[in-house]
Write a protein that binds this ligand. Structure first.
Ligand SMILES: [Zn+2]
Length: 432
């Protein structure tokens, strides 16, 4: 390896959406990790948490200088405690970890939840929403805030060995406040004008989607449903959907409804978000107008909603025929999740009064479920991805965060614009 060489090792993150995002950017003298996420794998009927294969990268992890985490979704930060354990067990030194304050709150609480221990990484937190330049060894990293379905999300521009590599993280161009969108676009425009980017790692989650989403519209619709529903409501979305949970908490307060949380992920997320909700284990005090925020939007086998449905002795609450369930999420189109959510919706319909699903749910979902616009995707649509590529104008686009078909589709967009594209696979080490 000459000192001019730079490599990208794909520890995980290219097989499907929402799993194991973890990359190593390395030269002879610097090793940087970008994101450190977990995945969910289906084994029989169980969803098992899986972690990046750190043992395979033992040597490189022994020289790890820094970790940069883009945002607090568990597919980007949920394996940090597992890496922490790995480094400790192998007597390897702890790298410096860089992330937003909220991301750290999630990682730390997740670590305490999973192994009863706090995170031990020496860490530096980004100034909320600010661009910063971080220098260490021969590497300079610029943090560029992005918009996503979780606050405190960042993208990074790495300058290493004379090359510029942009990692966009997960992003979308929607926010409850339109000014935030304009500010985000301006940041990317500035970046595109100022920097000659060699490689841009761009997510491709929604590369086939073109319909424009609106978070505001989704929130308005959720409030309408809550207002029109006199009985108890079971509400579920991705457990990291801070803005949506905060909104539901506001509606609950305005309507004088008690809010409860059910399921481990929501309990520690609510702690991190500062949302006060009683734990739903106090079933006897759950009144007829309560809003129960439960895990289970993806029909995860251990989630509160699935337990309430199939395993009531192990559940924090029992479903009642007068309940209304709001599933404010789309099923992740991978790993049999859509089918699981479809079965869950069918079975819920037999037990509760009404089930609301997002308008864009797959066509084969039960007709009896009520379709409303109650979810906006956290990821940019096809036109947003194109805008990003056109604005940054990198020499090479590296599609990430999606299965092979989606990554190929994004690569084609890059090629149509005369840019290079680089398809990378889990386990590969590519020379940049
Ligand atoms: Zn995300």
């Amino acid at each position: 390896m000459s000192d001019k060489e730079l490599f990208l090792t794909v520890v995980g993150g290219t097989k499907r959406v929402g799993a194991l995002n973890c990359y190593l950017l390395h030269s002879e003298d610097v090793v940087v990790m970008i994101d450190c996420g977990l995945g969910l794998e289906k084994r029989g009927k169980e969803n098992i948490k899986v972690y990046p294969p750190f043992a395979k990268y033992h040597n490189m992890l022994g020289q790890l200088d820094a970790i940069f985490i883009s945002h607090g979704h568990l597919d980007h930060v949920g394996a940090l405690h597992s890496l922490d354990t790995f480094l400790w067990e192998h007597g390897l030194s702890k790298p410096h970890a860089f992330m937003g304050q909220f991301t750290f709150e999630i990682a730390d609480r997740h670590s305490q939840w999973e192994r009863n221990k706090k995170l031990f990484f020496p860490h530096r937190l980004f100034q909320f929403g600010k661009e910063e330049k971080i220098k260490f060894s021969s590497c300079v990293v610029q943090t560029i805030p992005v918009l996503h379905s979780i606050p405190d999300a960042y993208s990074f521009l790495f300058t290493m060995n004379g090359k510029k590599i942009y990692y966009a993280g997960d992003f979308r161009f929607i926010a409850p406040d339109a000014h935030q969108v304009t500010a985000f676009q301006k940041r990317i425009e500035r970046l595109g004008k100022k920097e000659h980017i060699d490689y841009a790692c761009i997510e491709c989650t929604n590369v086939f989607e073109t319909e424009v989403d609106s978070e505001k519209k989704a929130l308005t619709c959720i409030e309408e449903i809550i207002t029109q529903t006199p009985g108890r409501i079971i509400f579920t979305t991705f457990s990291t959907h801070v803005d949506r949970y905060k909104f539901v908490a506001d509606v609950a307060r305005r309507q004088k409804r008690q809010m409860y949380s059910a399921g481990g992920n929501i309990a520690f997320m609510f702690d991190a978000m500062g949302i006060s909700a009683k734990r739903a284990s106090e079933e006897h005090v759950m009144d007829a107008h309560a809003i129960v925020c439960a895990t289970g939007s993806q029909a995860e086998s251990e989630s509160a909603l699935i337990r309430a449905l199939y395993n009531s002795e192990k559940s924090e609450f029992a479903l009642r025929p007068t309940d209304t369930v709001i599933i404010s999420a789309d099923p992740i189109p991978a790993n049999g999740i859509e089918e699981d959510v479809c079965t869950m919706v069918s079975d819920l319909l037999g037990k509760v009064q009404a089930v609301y699903i997002n308008e864009d749910a797959p066509d084969y979902f039960p007709k009896e479920a009520i379709r409303r616009k109650i979810h906006a995707s956290g990821h940019g649509k096809r036109q947003d991805l194109i805008w990003m590529i056109d604005t940054l104008h990198p020499k090479t686009v590296i599609p990430i965060h999606g299965d092979r078909t989606k990554r190929e589709a994004l690569a084609e967009i890059a090629r149509d614009r005369g840019l290079n594209s680089l398809l990378i696979e889990e386990g590969e080490i590519v020379s940049l």
